[in-house]
Write a protein that binds this ligand. Structure first.
Ligand SMILES: NC(=O)c1ccc[n+]([C@@H]2O[C@H](COP(=O)([O-])OP(=O)(O)OC[C@H]3O[C@@H](n4cnc5c(N)ncnc54)[C@H](OP(=O)(O)O)[C@@H]3O)[C@@H](O)[C@H]2O)c1
Length: 349
């Protein structure tokens, strides 16, 4: 039997992009989602099979999973959608991947490690821009400084963000920030710290955000103190700081409904994606004060997400996987990211 995979949420911005890249690469995924019209017309456009079900239709989910070897879950926010799909993968003994960046989802998958191991399946959330490039960078720094105790990572995404990314960020807006401190994920205020980051071609002010690596880089490297920075426009930085005081209000149902309703559908156009790039920077420090630093450059974030997700999918489909909860760099090594076209990395002397 040919190995195959299911893309759930295929009609979303990123799901559609991944579908397109998959077909261009000669893959024939089964598309799925809850919107019959949108998923059906996407499947017809690419000549692919499709299945329609929502995540609470357990029998339909199970039937669809029995037809494939793994799921590439693209329907987010994943803090809402991941659990039913992970449970379905455990029940049906199928590998689970997704494109989340949400700490709670990574931690929930990590907690299901033993069940996944027993089922002989791999649970690998975060096969997109979050966290493949940064996870590999973290592992690269750890390899150069094995006794590192502190890790800082930063990314600068030069490009527009999609509907789903904005929806997920908006949903989490009142929840403050997070870092890893002495091995524990620790709540901190939104925009807790800023620092100047030298990305090589440009220096920018980075601000801490509760990004997926606060969870995953610890599982990959064991480094107990982790902070992740990103670059935002000054107006967004002000809003992040303001959210410390009005976060409770922004998190209420009516305000969330209003804000979510304002988010435009779609994401960057093909042209915008082609022009966009992503820059990463990382630093690891040990107890003696030894310090290593590295920079990494890559394609635009959604392009990179599609490339990384499909690269990992291809590996799993040929049987290259590790049972249990895995991070991308833990399962596939530091150089996983270097397999993607357009990625470069330099150790800063
Ligand atoms: N980590 C990364 O690097 C990365 C990169 C890209 C995207 N993402 C994440 O991926 C997610 C999708 O982003 P996007 O821009 O592609 O989103 P989008 O265009 O808004 O599409 C969202 C998709 O998810 C489906 N969906 C949402 N809630 C659902 C639910 N409760 N049950 C079933 N399906 C549901 C939608 O189905 P309907 O059409 O039926 O509503 C649609 O197919 C977001 O969480 C985003 O943050 C992460």
């Amino acid at each position: 039997m040919m190995k195959n995979f299911l893309i759930y949420g295929a009609n979303g911005y990123t799901g559609e992009l991944i579908t397109r890249f998959a077909v261009e690469g000669g893959m024939r995924p089964i598309l799925a989602g809850r919107n019959a019209e949108a998923v059906g017309s996407l499947a017809a456009k690419h000549g692919l099979e499709h299945r329609i079900f929502s995540l609470d239709e357990r029998d339909k989910v199970d039937t669809a999973l029995q037809e494939v070897d793994m799921v590439l879950h693209c329907a987010g926010p994943f803090s809402i959608t991941s659990r039913p799909m992970v449970n379905a993968c455990l029940r049906n003994r199928k590998h689970y991947t997704d494109i989340t960046g949400e700490i709670s989802v990574f931690e929930e998958c990590a907690a299901a490690n033993d069940k996944a191991y027993e089922a002989g399946i791999m649970l690998m959330p975060g096969v997109g821009f979050d966290v493949v490039p940064s996870d590999c960078l973290a592992m690269h720094l750890k390899d150069r400084l094995p006794m590192a105790t502190h890790l800082s990572l930063a990314f600068y995404g030069m490009g527009r963000i999609s509907h789903g990314t904005q929806a997920t960020m908006t949903m989490n807006v009142g929840r403050g920030g997070a870092i890893r401190h002495n091995g524990k994920i620790t709540q901190v205020p939104a925009a807790w710290k800023t620092r100047e980051i030298d990305f090589g071609e440009v220096t920018k002010t980075g601000v801490t955000i509760p990004w997926g690596d606060v969870s995953t880089a610890y599982h990959s490297t064991g480094i107990p103190n982790i902070e992740v920075f990103t670059v935002v426009p000054p107006s967004a930085l002000k809003m992040m700081k303001l959210s410390r005081h009005i976060g409770w209000l922004l998190a209420t149902g009516p305000v969330q409904r209003y804000l979510q309703g304002k988010i435009p559908a779609g994401g960057p156009t093909d042209e915008e994606r082609e022009k966009g790039r992503t820059l990463l920077w990382g630093e690891a420090i040990d107890k003696e004060g030894n310090r290593v630093e590295a920079r990494q450059q890559g394609p635009e974030g959604y392009t990179l997400t599609a490339m990384a997700a499909l690269n990992i999918t291809q590996k799993i489909l040929i049987g290259d996987f590790q049972p249990g909860y895995q991070t991308p760099a833990k399962a596939y090594g530091t150089d996983l990211i270097m397999e993607l076209e357009g990625v470069s990395r330099q150790a800063v002397p």
